[in-house]
Design a protein around this ligand. Structure first.
Ligand code: NAD
Ligand code: DAU
Length: 338
């Protein structure tokens, strides 16, 4: 199958998961290697004969169609699209790349996957397309109207609608998964957990937005991979599946858990200016995928978090190499005046 964006966090964990689980699968990973793409994330499998890396842009129509043409005799059985600009804060600083990759790129992939008759297309989406919840509102279901609040989530919602339209208009088999906040190894240190853990390991302050009472619903990345694998093989054409682990935690509570596990003082918490348009609460109802495909998250939050922190402690070189150069410019630009 063709899987895009796998030099990033979730995609690299997904490939590792799939190749471990299915001996007979072969994967082509198409990735542009943006700031978030890192070949080191897949170093352990780069020599696996079932795996091939292709550097390219999903929004580059000529390139993508050439890739499909090259594989026309040995047709892709599926396309899974992880490739995206994924960080909300960066979409506040500028949305162009989000529109280009997340919307135009998804369209180029859909068009070519249908034309070259890849039997299934899975679009990897997010709970953020549903917008935000009040404290007492029930969790998002697949029927919740889309109400994205950031340029990132608006671009992801647009991509979901394109996947839907290819199914409705052309009968092309698209499936959409919408997952909550992932955590685990290889997450780029701009996102809350790896940013805070790596700052704390340097005894640096951790920037908590606003009052820190925003709630996210956390899921361990392997649980997400397992759910995608099921949707890929058994999901019904045209359907959307929510994925979540029922782990709602306020940011400040999570921050204190990280401090405690790393033995750092609460004086390292720095409350900073809130993220504009900040969604207050996400919560996922995963009843549909549980009922229809028999999936359920396996990893409980405490042990998943412990495993994740251990990984960042043991793989210091990985994130220390990232937190130099371009990353420092971004950090200064975004956090400098907050
Ligand atoms: P990431 O930022 O870690 O990785 C994105 C990858 O996409 C990188 O390897 C990057 O090089 C690649 N990429 C970006 N633009 C590209 C382009 N034009 N062509 C080809 N490759 C390109 O992202 P992630 O956190 O691993 O998220 C992966 C997907 O899962 C995204 O679609 C995201 O919206 C979705 N998602 C993420 C989460 C989460 O908590 N991280 C939750 C739900 C859904
Ligand atoms: O919900 C799924 C989404 O989760 C994915 O679609 C996105 O790709 C992914 O980036 C993530 O989005 P969030 O905005 O929820 O993740 P982030 O790690 O950026 O922030 C998590 C929460 O922590 C959020 O409420 C903002 C807050 N935060 C984040 C950072 C980076 C802080 O308080 N301080 C920070 O420095």
């Amino acid at each position: 199958m063709l899987v895009t964006g796998c030099c990033g966090f979730i995609g690299s964990n997904f490939i590792r998961y799939i190749l471990n689980k299915h001996e007979d699968y072969r994967i082509v990973n198409l990735d542009k290697l943006t700031y978030a793409g890192n070949l080191e994330n897949l170093k352990d499998i780069e020599d696996d004969l079932r795996y091939e890396f292709v550097r390219g842009d999903i929004a580059d129509e000529a390139f993508v169609s050439e890739l499909f043409k090259k594989h026309a005799d040995d047709r892709f059985d599926a396309v899974v699209n992880f490739a995206a600009e994924s960080h909300v804060d960066r979409s506040i600083m500028g949305g162009d790349e989000f529109i280009r990759t997340n919307i135009e790129g998804t369209h180029v992939l859909l068009k070519n996957a249908m034309h070259f008759e890849a039997p299934r297309f899975v679009q990897i989406s997010t709970d953020e397309v549903y917008g935000t919840l009040k404290p007492d509102e029930p969790a998002f279901t697949e029927e919740t109207p889309l109400a994205p609040n950031s340029i990132y989530s608006a671009s992801k919602a647009a991509a979901d609608m394109l996947a839907r339209a290819y199914f409705k208009t052309h009968g092309y088999c698209t499936l959409v998964t919408r997952c909550s906040n992932n955590y685990g190894p290889y997450q780029f240190p701009e996102k809350l957990i790896p940013l805070f853990v790596s700052n704390l390991l340097h005894d640096k302050e951790v920037p908590v937005y606003g009052d820190g009472m925003q709630i996210r619903d956390w899921i361990y990345v392997d649980d997400h991979s397992e759910a995608i694998d099921l949707v890929l093989r058994k999901g019904a054409p045209g359907e959307v599946y929510n994925i979540g682990a029922e782990n709602e935690i306020a940011n400040i509570q999570l921050t204190k858990m990280l401090l405690k596990q790393l033995g750092k003082p609460e004086s390292l918490i720095k409350y900073v200016k809130d993220r504009p348009g900040h969604d207050r609460r996400y919560a996922m109802n995963s009843g549909k995928i549980q009922r229809e495909l028999g999936w359920k998250a396996q990893v409980d939050f405490e042990s998943g978090l412990e495993r994740t922190i251990k990984w960042y402690i043991e793989n210091r070189e990985w994130w220390e190499r990232i937190k130099t150069g371009e990353y420092l410019k971004y950090y200064e630009k975004w956090y400098g005046n907050r």
